[in-house]
Design a protein. Structure first.
Length: 562
């Protein structure tokens, strides 16, 4: 994780520069930021950017960052979402102090602040229907129209608001609106709703409240109550900043945090809308919020991504003001870089083709010494059983290979990784299907370890697994969830139609070397020549691993599309 010292060695983005200037000038003695998720779904990679920014700045400047749940809409919230968010933030490597905070902690104060706005004649109870409120609001080119209830007396508004709090009115019949300017060019300032009636059970306050504050009203006051110095939001909240400031200015609050906006993360071959992610989950288009194809933080964790790779990704893409789409390859390269130096190597054959070494003694087992990592001796060695019958990848043999094919075929000699040089003898086909069922070879017993004493050169090296000592395993080959770079580009089409039918391929007859049976759930390894894989931490057990492909060894997406 980046330390305070590390941060001094790289250029400051515009947000960090603002904060540095505020600290240097003495405007603030220390930085206090916040990460305010809504507990109505699981966090995704876009939230990781915000987490790394808010918690990262706090770490770099010796400040603090609050985890505060915006739990103001009980109809869509659940405790399971709260717990998953906590788990995700901790997994990314961040702490938020003794306790998480909740907007619901401030419901009594938020109610009293609303009463204060009414007394200042800056809020009123409106009985227009939701449809009428939208119609009265106007458009970007036409001013809004004042509600017929806008000029009620302060006393009448106080009475009606108190009765709203007591639950005397039906949902949708009354709302509390800020009294600002129905002709403002900013639609957010046209008397926005700040409290509405919701008679739903709240996961923390139970049935105590039947009125709930809106996000824009709650956000600024929660920031103020927590003495937040810099309220960092994505660009869609830029037009909401005048309302943020209006509420605090109107109430003359002792603390007025500065809201600063930055560009949200847009990533290719995925969607970032929580509403659309929920649609995929509820429609069973994916296997839950933690489906390894989902770019939720829990899905990435299950797929084998590491906290460091996500933090490095967020650092690589940086913080800016301009919207852009980041290529998925940038994220994939970060996990490759991380796993390249941390993941031990193992051998697994995904599409087995039997090889019989005719001159190797029947029943004999030799233990071959294999490096756990070719560049890191400290990772040690392991023993891999070698027998007369082996499995190699089916595409490592061709009956009529082209000139530059450096694997096994008629007249060819190849190196079996960590073992011997073997030379082709013959092969057998299924008489009905014409499919090759086995290949016969001979081995050179003088080439143990893969090198020839006579100095002859062999270009091809292939991996293998003992047919007798290997273990069948299930491997899930995950790929990008959508087949097009921007699934939302066609506004008239259903984004679900752009899903990649090959995003999940299950291989049930792969063969693995015996040491893979010792792998703990959640551990990640490299299958030599195939990619990085992890033992699924939900479904795996020691001795019964189910492997998820984290990422290929190189970006093969263009080839996959062809």
């Amino acid at each position: 994780m980046e330390t305070r010292e590390d941060s001094e060695n790289r250029p400051l983005d515009f947000i960090r520069q603002i904060i540095a200037d505020d600290l240097k000038s003495g405007k603030h003695q220390r930085t206090i930021t916040r990460f305010p998720p809504e507990p109505n779904g699981f966090l995704h990679i876009g939230h990781a950017k915000s987490i790394c920014l808010n918690f990262g700045i706090a770490q770099e400047t010796g400040g603090t960052c609050n985890l505060r749940f915006d739990d103001t809409n009980p109809s869509k919230e659940d405790v399971s979402y709260v717990e998953s968010i906590k788990e995700d933030v901790k997994w990314l490597g961040f702490e938020w102090g003794k306790d998480a905070l909740y907007a619901s902690d401030y419901f009594p104060q938020l109610y009293q602040f609303a009463v204060a706005l009414i007394k200042l004649d800056k809020a009123y109870v409106c009985q227009l229907s939701p449809d009428d409120i939208r119609q009265y609001r106007g458009t970007l080119t036409e001013p809004g129209k004042e509600s017929p209830y806008r000029n009620r007396s302060v006393e009448e508004n106080l009475n009606l608001f108190e009765r709203m709090k007591k639950g005397e009115f039906a949902e949708g019949s009354h709302v509390l609106r800020a009294k600002i300017d129905m002709t403002s060019p900013n639609l957010n300032m046209r008397d926005p709703v700040i409290f509405r009636i919701l008679k739903d059970h709240h996961h923390r306050t139970g049935d105590t409240w039947v009125i709930y504050p809106m996000y824009d009203y709650t956000h600024c006051l929660s920031d103020m109550l927590e003495n937040i110095t810099h309220s960092l939001c994505t660009l869609e909240f830029e037009d909401h900043r005048p309302l943020y400031d209006w509420v605090l200015d109107s109430l003359k609050t002792p603390c007025h945090p500065r809201q600063i906006e930055f560009s949200r993360l847009n990533l290719s071959y995925t969607v970032m809308s929580k509403r659309k992610l929920l649609k995929m989950v509820m429609g069973n288009y994916v296997d839950g919020w933690d489906d390894p194809r989902m770019l939720t933080i829990s899905g990435l964790r299950r797929r084998g991504y590491t906290p460091a790779s996500l933090r490095n990704f967020c650092r690589t893409i940086g913080i800016g003001k301009s919207e852009s789409r980041i290529d998925m390859g940038v994220l994939e390269n970060e996990i490759r870089s991380d796993l390249n130096v941390s993941a031990p190597r193992r051998m697994c054959v995904l599409e087995p083709l039997k090889v019989i070494i005719d001159n190797f003694p029947v029943g004999q087992v030799e233990e071959m010494t294999a490096l756990n990592h070719p560049q890191i001796p400290e990772m040690g060695e392991r023993q891999v059983p070698f027998t007369r019958e082996l499995y190699i990848e089916r595409d490592d043999f061709m009956e009529d290979p082209p000139k530059k094919y450096h694997r096994l075929g008629p007249g060819r000699e190849v190196r079996l990784r960590f073992a011997y040089l073997v030379r082709y003898v013959s092969h057998v086909k299924n008489a009905t299907t014409g499919k090759i069922t086995e290949v016969h070879c001979t081995y050179d017993p003088e080439t143990r370890g893969g090198s020839a004493p006579d100095g002859r050169k062999v270009k091809g090296t292939i991996h293998w697994v003992s047919a007798e000592k290997g273990t069948p395993v299930t491997v899930r080959l995950f790929d990008r969830l959508f087949k097009v770079e921007d699934p939302e580009a066609d506004k008239d089409a259903d984004f679900l139609d752009q899903m990649n039918p090959q995003s999940k391929v299950i291989v049930s007859d792969a063969m693995a070397e015996p040491s893979l049976m010792e792998l703990h759930p959640g551990n990640t390894i490299q299958f030599e020549r195939l990619g990085y894989f992890c033992a699924d931490h939900v479904e795996s057990q020691i001795g019964q691993p189910i492997f998820n492909r984290t990422v290929t060894l190189k970006d093969s997406w263009e080839g996959n599309k062809k």
